[in-house]
Design a protein around this ligand. Structure first.
Ligand SMILES: Cc1cc2nc3c(=O)[nH]c(=O)nc-3n(C[C@H](O)[C@H](O)[C@H](O)COP(=O)(O)OP(=O)(O)OC[C@H]3O[C@@H](n4cnc5c(N)ncnc54)[C@H](O)[C@@H]3O)c2cc1C
Length: 324
């Protein structure tokens, strides 16, 4: 009989793990959101579409390239031929020559996670509230009060500080989590009926509350209307976490105007998303955490670097160890 594994979180880490482990184990994923994707998410409004988390990702390692080979062939991910501009505060510096190809999910960032989830058992709207390890194995308790299990192994792929809150008694692994520091991010989404007057698709900004501006609608296979994403830096993301929505919007809109000349107040659509845990300023420094005694493991981007490929690497390393 196959061993049973429960994975908490259906972002790129959880889905990668499940893809590697599915033929050897019975794998079930628990995802608190209504669909897989996590920080590789996409927001839809009536007329506009926004990747409000991950903007693009790179493929540097051979393992990640192999893993994504079919998704690339199937057109689920495609290169984004964007012109990037560097700004220092409000001042344009220069076009920033991209050294490598950058990729996006198509027709939305979320498409990759949907694709990876298609042949997996994913329980959505399943917010794991508590986990219990008993003589038979692990049991997870989802928000609707139902306890499921037993599982031979439990793997959590949620951000480190959330693991710290969920697993209050597993002291061996908790020590490793305590040093990890994650940053917030405010994402402002703006939709326009007309094109905006800029001659670049992405702006990397320094010395400003804004860290990134992206012309989302210039990514491949996006719907026609102009959509723009403005993201705060991690520092400002933390500072603004509890601020009024209008205060955050005004700050980002003023910076947008200063940097690009775009009048975001005139946008037809305006919405804001606050990420409590977006990037990682202090990583765990090891690829994954595995306690063979308590049959518990943690992994995710925060182990290595706050990047999509790092999330993959963490999951791949843990899967390799488990398959051995
Ligand atoms: C604003 C922003 C911009 C970014 N830009 C880039 C970029 O340009 N390039 C890049 O490479 N990376 C970028 N990243 C980082 C990238 O998104 C992450 O590295 C990657 O998506 C992490 O994937 P993950 O699976 O480890 O975590 P997540 O995607 O966070 O997945 C964890 C999942 O667990 C679920 N979950 C949490 N708690 C529970 C619970 N109790 N029960 C059940 N499910 C739970 C969550 O809903 C989530 O789906 C960005 C991130 C953000 C937020």
């Amino acid at each position: 009989m196959k061993g049973k594994i429960a994975i908490i979180g259906a972002g790129i880490t959880g889905l990668t793990l499940a893809q590697f482990l599915k033929s050897t184990f019975d794998v079930r994923l628990y995802e608190k959101s209504w669909r897989p994707g996590g920080r590789m998410s996409t927001r839809h409004s009536d007329e506009f579409q926004f990747d409000h988390g991950t903007q693009y990702f790179t493929i540097r390692g051979a393992e990640f390239r192999n893993f994504l080979h079919k998704a690339l062939l199937d057109g689920i991910i495609r290169p984004w031929d964007a012109r990037f501009m560097a700004f220092d505060g409000g001042n344009p510096l220069k076009y920033k020559e991209r050294q490598e190809v950058v990729y996006v999910g198509t027709p939305s960032m979320n498409s990759l996670c949907q694709y990876l989830a298609r042949d997996l058992e994913v329980r959505c709207d399943a917010d794991v509230q508590t986990c219990r390890y008993g003589a038979q194995g692990w049991f997870v308790n989802v928000a609707n009060g139902i306890e499921e299990g037993p599982f031979d192994l439990l793997i959590s792929t949620i951000p480190a500080p959330q693991n710290h809150d969920l697993f209050t008694t597993e002291t061996t692994l908790r020590e490793g989590l305590a040093s990890v520091q994650m940053r917030g991010c405010s994402t402002l989404m703006l939709g326009f009926h007309d094109p905006v007057d800029i001659d670049w698709e992405g702006a990397i900004v320094s010395n400003s509350p804004v860290g990134w501006i992206g012309l989302d609608s210039s990514k491949p296979a996006r719907p026609g209307n102009t959509s723009l994403v403005v993201q705060s830096t991690g520092d400002w993301g933390d500072k603004l976490l509890n601020a009024e929505t209008s205060q955050i919007e005004d700050l980002l809109l003023e910076e947008l105007k200063k940097i690009s000349g775009i009048d975001g107040w005139a946008a037809s659509h305006r919405s804001l998303h606050r990420w409590r845990y977006a990037g990682t300023s202090k990583v765990a420094g090891q690829k994954y955490f595995l306690d063979p005694v308590s049959k518990l493991a943690f992994c995710g981007d925060w182990c290595i670097k706050g990047r999509v490929e790092a999330a993959f690497m963490s999951a791949e390393a843990l899967a390799t160890a488990l398959l051995k």
